[in-house]
Design a protein around this ligand. Structure first.
Ligand SMILES: [Mg+2]
Length: 214
């Protein structure tokens, strides 16, 4: 059944964090600690206040960075370099996932709210380097994060992909709302996949899902 649903797809769009590696790696826990520390230092606030700001910015602006840029005029470059300076030894290479991505017919791209250099490091640690025609980080989206429509318009416009012939894999269901509206085939990837009107397919096992398509 899924193969028919994807037979029109020529571009495969993958989120990075908690999509191309399992959430058990808990990479984002490290990033969150660094984000909180960065906010505390840059804005001179307590840890509790920094955590509250991060929660609110994620909810209201899509990411912590987006809230910091809009409300505090933060320069994204140094922030992104700092918060992504994490230990990746928890990540393991995944030869099966690499093979299934390689075998997908068409172009494969990465689209992350993290930075491009960070994405390259994660892909390297997972053994997924060289599989993607392009890697788009937040800097390529004009610092508009998913789920903002501007992020998709910017990245998809730069890439030149046809949304009606693309599929997207993502762990945050919010980030599939606009892609669904634009005509992409939307797959929610998470340990507890959700069913929602804007989710065509959901899976807890990206590698197995791709294998079934091939
Ligand atoms: Mg993600």
């Amino acid at each position: 059944m899924p193969e028919n649903a994807f037979s029109h797809v020529t571009t495969w769009v993958f989120d990075l964090d908690n999509t191309l590696y399992p959430p058990e790696a808990r990479l984002f826990d490290q990033i969150e600690v660094r984000m909180t520390a960065w906010v505390m230092k840059a804005l001179g606030v307590s840890q509790a206040e920094a955590d509250r700001m991060r929660r609110d910015y994620w909810h209201d602006h899509g990411t912590t960075l987006s809230g910091l840029m809009r409300l505090h005029d933060v320069d994204p470059g140094p922030y992104l370099a700092d918060v992504h300076e994490i230990d990746m030894s928890h990540l393991q290479r995944d030869p099966d996932l690499a093979a299934h991505i390689r075998d997908l017919p068409g172009r494969k791209i990465v689209f992350t709210n993290g930075s491009g250099p960070y994405a390259e490091r994660v892909l390297e640690a997972r053994g997924l380097s060289g599989l993607f025609a392009a890697i788009y980080g937040i800097e390529h989206a004009g610092f508009h994060p998913k789920p903002d429509r501007a992020a998709y318009d910017t990245v998809f416009g730069t890439d030149g992909l046809d949304p009606t012939r693309a599929a997207m894999f993502e762990d945050d269901p919010r980030n599939l709302i606009e892609p669904f509206a634009m005509g992409l085939r939307c797959v929610h990837v998470a340990p507890d996949p959700v069913e929602a009107p804007h989710v065509h397919h959901s899976t807890a096992d990206l590698s197995g899902f791709l294998k079934a398509l091939l």
